[in-house]
Write a protein of this length. Structure first.
Length: 311
C-alpha cells in the first residue's frame, strides 16, 4: 500500500499554520513527488471567514477576509510543474449546514463552484472536486447536500470526478479540546453499515470516490470497518480509497505526527481489506521534511525506507 495523494490544509482550522511562501511550497511538492504522491486535494477553499483565493462570492456574501496570496492559483501552478492532479475543495461555512440550513450551504457553494471553474477550470492540473463537508452519520439532509453538490460540480466541469472523506463515529472521535482519547456511545459496525448503505444509495452517480478517515476507531476494529466501507462502495459503484491519517489521535496533545508503526499497521489493514489507493491528512504538517514538527521528517524517512521494500 502506497500513499498516492494528500490533502492541502491552508486554512489550518485546528492545526498550526506554517507560514510558508511559494518557495517552501515548491520544495514540498518536490518532497511529495519523491514519495510517489501524484494527487493533491485542497481540503476546503474557505472556512468561515478565511479563504484561499480572493473569491468575489465569499467576500461579498460572507464577509470573508481578502487573502494576501491566491493559494489556489499557486497550487495549480505547482501541480502543473510537478505533474500533480489538483482537486478543488468546496467552501465550508461552519454555520449553515451545522445548524440544519443545508439548502443555504448548497446554494452558496454552487456560486463558489461557478466562480472557481470560471477562474481555474482552464488549468491542466484541475482534475476533480472535493466536497468538504465531513459527516459520519445519516443525519439532517447530508445525502441531499452531497448529491446536489456532486451533480453540480460534474455539470459545471463536464463530468470531472468528485470525492468525499467521511469519518467513522468510533471510540476515538473526540474533540481536540477534550483531554480524553476515547468516548462512549460509539457507532456499531452494524449501524454504520446500515446508515452508509442509505447514504451511498442516495449519492450514487453524484459522488465518485469515498475515502473514509481511518483514525476514529480502535486498531483492532479498523479492518472490519474498512471491509464494510469497501463492500458498500462496490455495491453502489463508488471507488473506495482510505484516508490514512498521518497524525496521531491516541495522544493527549492534538495533533502530532503519527508513530511510523501505527501508520504502517493502518496501511497494511487497508491492503488486507482490498484497498489499492490511499490519501492522507496531511503530508505538509505531519510527514514533510520541512514541517514545523521535527518528527514529521523522521516519518518521511521511515516511509521512504518502506517504499524501497516494495520495489
Amino acid at each position: 500500500m502506497r500513499i498516492k495523494g494528500t490533502f492541502l490544509d491552508e486554512i489550518s482550522h485546528d492545526i498550526p499554520h506554517q507560514n510558508w511562501g511559494e518557495a517552501e511550497w515548491d520544495r514540498d511538492f518536490g518532497y511529495m513527488r519523491e514519495a510517489g504522491i501524484d494527487t493533491v486535494i485542497l481540503i476546503r477553499c474557505g472556512y468561515r471567514r478565511w479563504q484561499t483565493f480572493p473569491s468575489r462570492v465569499l467576500t461579498a456574501e460572507e464577509g470573508c477576509y481578502e487573502p494576501p496570496v491566491d493559494l489556489v492559483d499557486m497550487f495549480l501552478r505547482l501541480s502543473d510543474k510537478w505533474g500533480m492532479n489538483f482537486w478543488f475543495g468546496l467552501y465550508d461555512s461552519g454555520k449553515y449546514w451545522d445548524r440544519g440550513e443545508y439548502e443555504q450551504e448548497v446554494a452558496l457553494n454552487k456560486r463558489v463552484i461557478d466562480e472557481a471553474w470560471s477562474r481555474y477550470g482552464h488549468c491542466k492540473s484541475f482534475a476533480g472536486w472535493y466536497i468538504s463537508q465531513e459527516c459520519s452519520r445519516n443525519t439532517g439532509k447530508i445525502v441531499d447536500l452531497y448529491a446536489s453538490l456532486g451533480r453540480y460540480c460534474k455539470e459545471v466541469s463536464g463530468g470531472l470526478p468528485t470525492m468525499i472523506s467521511p469519518y467513522i463515529d468510533g471510540s476515538k472521535n473526540v474533540s481536540q479540546y477534550n483531554a480524553s482519547t476515547s468516548k462512549e456511545n460509539v457507532v456499531t459496525l452494524e449501524s454504520h453499515e446500515r446508515e452508509w448503505d442509505a447514504i451511498f444509495a442516495g449519492i450514487q452517480g453524484a459522488v465518485d470516490i469515498v475515502a473514509f478517515q481511518d483514525g476514529h476507531v480502535a486498531y483492532d476494529e479498523l479492518v472490519d470497518f474498512l471491509k464494510v466501507n469497501k463492500k458498500l462502495a462496490d455495491r453502489y459503484g463508488l471507488e473506495c480509497w482510505t484516508n490514512s491519517e498521518t497524525f496521531d489521535r491516541d495522544m493527549p496533545i492534538k495533533f502530532l505526527p503519527i508513530k511510523w508503526e501505527k501508520l504502517r499497521l493502518k496501511m497494511g489493514l487497508a491492503a488486507q481489506a482490498g484497498y489499492r489507493n490511499a490519501i492522507t491528512f496531511e503530508f505538509s504538517h505531519f510527514m514533510s521534511p520541512q514541517s514545523a514538527y521535527l518528527q514529521a521528517g523522521h516519518l518521511y524517512d521511515r516511509y521512504m525506507e518502506y517504499l524501497k521494500t516494495l520495489e
